[in-house]
Design a binder for this molecule. Structure first.
Ligand SMILES: [Fe+2]
Length: 408
């Protein structure tokens, strides 16, 4: 089970799976320290039949809690009279735009070899994060063993996702049976079964995109145009002066990066030949919408790479001394090294000039949107921690300060 932000104020969506049909989908909850389970919310379940040979049936329950008191802690459990979950807790998102939300960000985390998982579980439970962003590629792969790998993955992340909103985008490992395990198991805002959506938190407008619609054309070329039209509208709205004044940070997340310098013989080095003419055209079309974006979060490459502000393969640093202050193009972060059975990727020896820093260490990104002018990023290296045998986190790179692009 997990929590997801439905994208409107004072709300939280709780999603869980049962393998039997139950009469009700109920969350009982109450303020931390108050009378236990004094409130009740009901939702509904949808039947999900996995595409594997067994046609396994699962009932996905969704309950939306509304009228939550911002920044207040709640205790809850979910289920029905047929059975209840353990007791969990969460803090309702602060609605203020002057709040400074804290994020953990990563992609490509599987059931096997999830190097960052233990640290993420503990850090979430001690309250270090308000939101998790998982930038595609889950479980490896959720559909395998007739969906049982997906079941196990959801159990694995429950120790994170039951406490803070776990926000996602689809990756290539979700593609089987038209992304149906992904579309059914997660509950993102909007009406696209979690494929693309946007939401606001603090002074940030966060846009989640599917890069996979450009690669799995059998599932519908129309998705490319639908997402493009939606994105255009969403960016127009977010860029209206009154909205940008309130939420100057526009952050995108999508699985496959637009720029990278890995040596995996497809996406980075031979990207132009890998995709079909249609997808090449539309991916570039989408790229044209991005100059108004401050920060682009990607994964897919099982490494960490920080780019200089870049657009159209050209570097647009703010200045020589302070490249990330008032940059004139989006900053890109590729963070796909939380750990999976495919281990690490490697880099080409000589990256192009837009590449600022690279590491093959396992790890994940921490981000805090401090206020309307400052955003902080740091990368945690799991490898450095274990080599030193120290309980301290070894942060090998601090990105410094980015400033909004509103004055462009
Ligand atoms: Fe991937």
């Amino acid at each position: 089970m997990g929590l997801f932000s439905p994208g409107f104020p004072g709300s939280m969506e709780i999603t869980w799976t049962t393998f039997n049909e139950t009469e009700e989908s109920t969350v009982e909850y109450g303020l931390w320290g108050g009378r236990l389970f004094e409130l009740t919310a009901k939702g509904k379940a949808t039947l999900f039949v996995d595409g594997g040979s067994e046609g396994r049936k699962m009932y996905i329950h969704r309950v939306t809690l509304t009228d939550l008191r911002p920044a207040s802690a709640y205790v809850y459990h979910c289920g029905s009279e047929a059975g209840w979950s353990d007791v969990f807790s969460f803090t309702a998102l602060n609605e203020s735009t002057s709040w400074s939300p804290r994020f953990a960000i990563y992609g490509d985390m599987g059931n096997e070899n999830p190097q960052s998982l233990a640290r993420l579980q503990k850090e979430t439970q001690v309250g270090m994060y308000d939101v998790i962003l998982h930038v595609g590629d889950f479980a490896y792969d959720m559909h395998e063993d007739n969906g049982r790998i997906g079941d196990e993955f959801m159990r694995q992340i429950q120790s994170i996702a039951a406490y803070v909103p776990y926000m996602t985008c689809p990756g290539n490992h979700e593609a089987e049976y038209n992304f149906s395990n992904y579309r059914n198991r997660f509950s993102m805002p909007g009406q696209t079964e979690s494929l693309w959506y946007s939401w606001n938190v603090g002074s940030a407008h966060i846009i989640s995109l599917s890069t996979e619609i450009y690669f799995f054309l059998d599932y519908g070329v129309d998705l490319i145009f639908k997402q493009y039209e939606w994105l255009k509208k969403d960016l127009e709205e977010a860029n209206k002066p009154e909205n940008r004044a309130e939420r100057p940070w526009i952050i995108t997340m999508g699985h496959r990066p637009m720029y990278c310098s890995n040596n995996d013989k497809d996406d980075c080095t031979q990207f132009e030949s890998y995709v079909s003419t249609v997808s090449k055209f539309s991916y570039q079309l989408m790229r044209r919408l991005f100059p108004g974006v401050d920060l682009e979060l990607w994964a897919h490459e099982h490494t960490y790479e920080r780019l200089w502000p870049v657009y159209g393969y050209k570097v647009f640093n703010g200045s020589i001394e302070q490249p990330y202050v008032n940059p004139k193009a989006p900053v890109h972060i590729i963070t796909g090294s939380a750990g999976c059975r495919e281990n690490h990727d490697t880099f080409v020896p000589n990256p192009r000039d837009w590449s600022a820093f690279r590491s093959t260490d396992y790890g994940y990104t921490r981000m805090q949107v401090h206020n309307t002018s400052h955003l902080y990023l740091e990368q945690v290296s799991d490898d450095q921690v274990s080599r030193e045998g120290s309980p301290q986190f070894y942060n090998y790179e601090v990105d410094g300060l980015l400033q909004s692009l509103t004055d462009m």
